[in-house]
Design a protein around this ligand. Structure first.
Ligand code: RB5
Length: 156
């Protein structure tokens, strides 16, 4: 398994800890930076990691900024990306099982390193359940691809 990881200047240290944690588990990590404390615009990391996952260069992605919000918003603009922001493991697990998220985001100003590791474990250990959940994911993709949702227009 290969995980793409990216962050902004706020999250350099937490990214280093999580990267090391993943590597200890035998997971290959592609680091898209930043590794500098200089101000860094989070959309760039969100885009790079999103693209790596969408193109299949990485199986999954992890993004960290101050809150996890901005960087996940950027990644979610890449077609095929379903990024979730989590500050606890329950949502992380369910986001894989029901929403088939392919990027996990969290905030270095929100979670400590031990909680972040628990969130990462819950997310990586969970599997998409398919079935009724696939239809809903297809509906999300329809909105992104066409800016329409046929079933909604049928109702109007
Ligand atoms: C940077 O100050 C901060 O805005 C960024 O890390 C992130 O929290 C944005 O969502």
């Amino acid at each position: 398994m290969q995980v793409a990881i990216g962050n902004d200047h706020v999250a350099v240290e937490l990214k280093r800890i999580i990267k090391e944690y993943l590597e200890e588990k035998g997971i290959k990590v592609a680091d898209f930076g930043t590794n500098s404390p200089e101000r860094f615009d989070y959309p760039l990391s969100g885009y790079r990691v999103g693209k790596a996952v969408a193109l299949g260069e990485a199986d999954l992605g992890i993004l960290i900024c101050g809150t996890g919000v901005g960087i996940s918003l950027a990644a979610n603009k890449v077609r095929g990306i379903r990024a979730v922001v989590c500050s606890e493991p329950y949502t992380a697990r369910l986001s894989r099982q029901h929403n088939n998220t392919n990027i996990l985001a969290f905030g270095a100003r929100v979670v400590g390193s031990e909680l972040a590791k628990m969130i990462v474990d819950a997310w990586l250990d969970a599997e998409f359940e398919g079935g009724r959940h696939q239809k809903r994911i297809d509906m999300i993709a329809e909105i992104a691809d066409t800016q329409r949702l046929a079933v909604a227009e049928d109702d109007e």
